[in-house]
Design a protein around this ligand. Structure first.
Ligand code: ZN
Ligand code: ZN
Length: 345
């Protein structure tokens, strides 16, 4: 796996403009928010590296503790769709993904394979060629092509009874992607193409997603964060909802040196990024995690995740509210801003 976020560090300057806008929004709000929203994106979730029971354990824990967030569902992660062809472990996983929403967890397309494009005719991943994350950035890809591909993924997931809620960009630091991303950056800040957003909006309008309004996980920043409308039409919209806290639950390396519950909230409840965002009257504190580090079976971050949730319960239960990303962007879209956080109960 690749140091996605480090590779993306160079992007933050391009996002500074948005940061100023977001800061302005926070400062203007004089009335204290009733609650700050808590949420997360969980990337790379799959039943290959650990048993499917680990995913059920995760969603059960979230459900039992009122925790809400999002987890990727990548049907072609191992090269074939586990929906059309699966062993018992994969079949169980599909059941648990189907139940995830009722337990507080949204499901994002981190696209079909998190690798090369999927060939829906043969039912297998292309052996070579462009990676999905980069393909989302290619100016030559048409809205129709995106539409066809997204629709195929949605239709495939539907066979397993899973409804998607949004899209996560699958990061990649392979040689081909790195080279092409560098070329694309020469003509301006890196971004998912507007054609891709148009295709997503079309599918949202057709109510192919669970919600009318879709969250996108593209980039994160502790300071230059915000929510950015990419496209909208009446009740429907697509928003880049940026995490403003990082992964300190082991990351994709499942590395003990990358585990630190105090980063989120210290034992005494007095510091950590959640507390800091609360003090700054931020509308939300949202982080991202990776299944490799977070999973309850082999993940070095699982105990830390539980510790953080217990500390939140102990110190902040009257100040924060867990929400799924899909519900956050829908509320934001309908209210035309963050004012709805003044009334959260
Ligand atoms: Zn990923
Ligand atoms: Zn790549």
């Amino acid at each position: 796996m690749i140091p996605r976020r480090e590779f993306l560090g160079s992007l933050s300057a391009a996002l500074a403009f948005f940061a100023i806008q977001s800061a302005a929004v926070s400062c203007k709000q004089e009335k204290k928010r009733s609650k700050m929203i808590l949420s997360f994106y969980l990337d790379d979730t799959n039943p290959q590296i650990v048993s499917s029971g680990a995913f059920r354990q995760f969603t059960d824990y979230c459900s039992a503790n009122g925790i809400k967030g999002e987890s990727s569902f990548i049907p072609g992660y191992n090269g074939k769709s586990i929906i059309s062809d699966h062993d018992q472990n994969q079949a169980d996983y599909l059941e648990y993904v189907k139940e995830a929403w009722s337990k507080g967890i949204d499901s994002h397309m981190e696209i079909m394979t998190h690798n090369t494009l999927f060939d829906f005719e043969t039912g297998t991943r292309n052996e070579s060629g462009i990676h999905e994350g980069l393909w989302l950035h290619e100016p030559s890809v048409t809205t129709q092509e995106y539409l066809r591909y997204f629709r195929n993924i949605i239709n495939e997931a539907e066979k397993a009874g899973v409804k998607y809620t949004g899209l996560t960009w699958p990061g990649c630091g392979c040689e081909a992607c790195t080279k092409r991303y560098a070329e694309l950056k020469e003509s301006g800040p890196l971004k998912i193409t507007q054609s891709a957003f148009e295709a997503l909006l079309t599918l949202a309008r057709e109510e192919k997603f669970r919600n009318r309004v879709l969250p996108i996980f593209y980039e994160a920043s502790e300071t230059e964060y915000g929510i950015h409308k990419r496209i909208a039409d009446g009740r429907y919209g697509v928003y880049d909802l940026m995490p403003n806290a990082m992964d300190h639950f082991g990351i994709w390396e499942n590395s003990p040196s990358r585990v630190n519950p105090d980063y989120y909230i210290t034992e005494d409840g007095k510091s950590g990024i959640i507390v800091k965002h609360l003090e700054n009257n931020a509308p939300y504190c949202m982080w991202y995690m990776h299944w490799q580090g977070l999973n309850p079976e082999k993940g070095v971050g699982w105990e830390a995740f539980k510790t953080v949730s217990q500390r939140i319960d102990k110190h902040l239960s009257d100040k924060v509210i867990w929400m799924r990303p899909g519900d956050i962007v829908t509320a934001y879209h309908d209210a035309g801003g963050w004012d709805f956080t003044n009334k959260l109960k």
